[in-house]
Design a protein. Structure first.
Length: 275
């Protein structure tokens, strides 16, 4: 299973790590840490050295209740960091975490490889067409509501079936606009209760089995981990590592994480289990 990222292939025959690089002041775990070229480049170097295959750059927080920022503000955070990273680490595969067509188009033109959209194309009607035009791989995530409303009493009759139906519908729309490479993300914590999240995790294999597409698991330090344990996100690394193994056993091909080295170690041990 391979994804074409401009001039290189992303091999997903084995799982890989996507390192999170939040360029925001208000993300739920590490907001405000990476705000200048020096801190951004140091973290980039660390994540690549620790085993990241992809780096995911985000300029607008999607935590529950986050306030929406303007496109200009999002671009002012993402573009300088993107250009600086590519100048120093041209081998890096970069993903831009955005739901805006304008940000996606500019980031891909500047050298980014993948568009990672929390909204599944529902917050900007031009995004699917844009991704088709620029021929970028696309991460299709499920979210109930918006970041401002998603955790206000999320409800499903059958969360797995409803997320699967959503993926079937949205992948058909993406194919119609010419998007070739699609990665599925069930959106842990995005309009789901703790129970919804664990039901999705237990059934994660369903999505690749039905649609034949790779699945990304974004579990890192989320409330589905720290709430049951009665800790804060800062103390949720051990729980994250435990659930990463479950995600791999359920077929996840990409782990989107804050802590790259620990996630890469889980993948290495999972590979030993396969042998």
């Amino acid at each position: 299973m391979t994804i074409l990222c401009k001039d290189r292939l992303l091999d997903l025959s084995r799982p890989v790590v996507m390192g999170i690089l939040n360029l925001t002041p208000d993300s739920f775990f590490d907001g405000g840490r990476y705000h200048d070229a020096g801190s951004i480049l140091r973290q980039t170097e660390k994540m690549l050295r620790d085993g990241a295959t992809i780096l995911d750059l985000g300029g607008a927080s999607s935590r529950s209740g986050a306030q929406e920022v303007s496109e200009h503000e999002e671009l002012s955070r993402v573009m300088p960091a993107l250009e600086e990273i590519l100048r120093h680490f041209p081998e890096a595969i970069l993903s831009v975490d955005t739901w805006r067509a304008g940000v996606a188009r500019q980031a891909i033109a500047a050298g980014a490889h993948i568009v990672n959209d929390i909204s599944g194309g529902r917050l900007d009607n031009e995004l699917f067409k844009t991704v088709g035009d620029i021929q970028a791989p696309y991460v299709l995530m499920h979210m109930q509501g918006t970041p401002q409303t998603m955790q206000q009493n999320p409800q499903y009759e059958d969360v797995v079936t409803e997320v699967l139906d959503y993926f079937i519908q949205q992948t058909a729309l993406l194919r119609a606009t010419g998007v070739k490479d699609i990665i599925l993300d069930p959106g842990f914590g995005f309009g789901k209760t703790v129970e919804h999240n664990y039901t999705l995790l237990k059934n994660l294999k369903v999505f690749e089995t039905v649609l034949g597409l790779p699945v990304l698991a974004g579990l890192s330090r989320k409330s589905m981990i720290y709430k049951p344990l009665g800790v804060k996100p800062e103390q949720a690394l051990n729980g994250t590592t435990a659930l990463h193994m479950v995600a791999l056993q359920q077929g996840a091909r990409i782990l989107r994480v804050h802590d790259v080295r620990e996630a890469w170690e889980v993948i290495q041990l999972w590979q030993q289990l396969q042998h």
